[in-house]
Design a protein around this ligand. Structure first.
Ligand code: AMP
Length: 219
């Protein structure tokens, strides 16, 4: 099973797709955003620093990110394949990741670039609700992803919350950062011949398209 890197602007459905693929194929889902949010719950200097950056829609330092993912990707659980959701996010991370893979003799796998028209991003981001207990993701503006009972997780009954960084100001900052520092990754992986573009408007169709790519690659 080839490892996957998901690249997309926030709100494009990376998390939802990663969850579906890990359910279906057994990939380990590594979300740097989730790892950081977990670390940010710890009330110490590093936790406070991470929380502030996330809330403002700014990047956390590359050093913190590498600390968070290095042990994960070399763990026995990941040896059957993993999905990177939210990493790499800039060229320094992409080059550093190549070096890390070389050191541990692991293959990069393939990169899926999820594209989404910017006009639908706003409702995706502002309508997103997450269950902190089981990680399920909902959207209050979508009839397919709306929870059955407002504010309550269908799966475990816990309270749903909006992420603090899911607001218009933070979205604007994240869009700027994406265009400036994340987009160059697309050319980088295109030149390596491992990039696949998938439009992500309807999550079911997105999954079918990614399934087809994996099938064609023999995964
Ligand atoms: P996400 O859940 O992927 O939307 O990430 C939430 C936030 O975590 C981002 O807005 C950043 O502040 C931080 N973050 C996640 N992944 C990275 C990364 N690879 N590099 C820097 N910051 C990151």
């Amino acid at each position: 099973m080839k490892n996957l890197i998901l690249i997309a602007i926030q709100g494009a459905g990376k998390g939802t797709l990663a969850k579906e693929l890990s359910k279906k194929y057994g990939y380990v889902h590594i979300s740097t955003g989730d790892l950081l949010r977990e670390r940010a719950m710890v009330r110490d200097e590093l936790g406070d620093q991470i929380r502030d950056l996330i809330d403002q829609g700014k990047f956390v330092s590359d050093e913190i990110i590498f600390d968070a993912i290095s042990d994960k990707i070399t763990s026995p659980a990941c040896q059957n394949g993993y999905i990177l959701d939210g990493f790499p996010r800039n060229m320094t991370q992409a080059v550093g990741y190549d070096e890390l893979l070389k050191k541990v003799n692991q293959d990069i796998g393939i990169v899926i670039h999820l594209t989404v028209p910017e006009e639908i991003l706003e409702s995706r981001i502002l309508g997103r609700r997450t269950c902190l207990e089981c990680g399920s993701i909902y959207n209050i503006y979508s009839k397919d992803f709306c929870p059955k009972v407002e504010g309550i997780c269908d799966k475990c009954g816990s309270t749903l919350t909006a992420r603090k960084d899911d607001n218009l100001e933070s979205l604007k900052k994240r869009l700027e950062t994406y265009h400036e520092v994340t987009k160059p990754l697309i050319d980088y992986y295109k030149n390596k011949g491992i990039l696949y573009e998938v439009e992500s408007v309807d999550s079911k169709k997105t999954l079918i398209k990614v399934d087809k790519i994996l099938e064609e690659l023999g995964d």
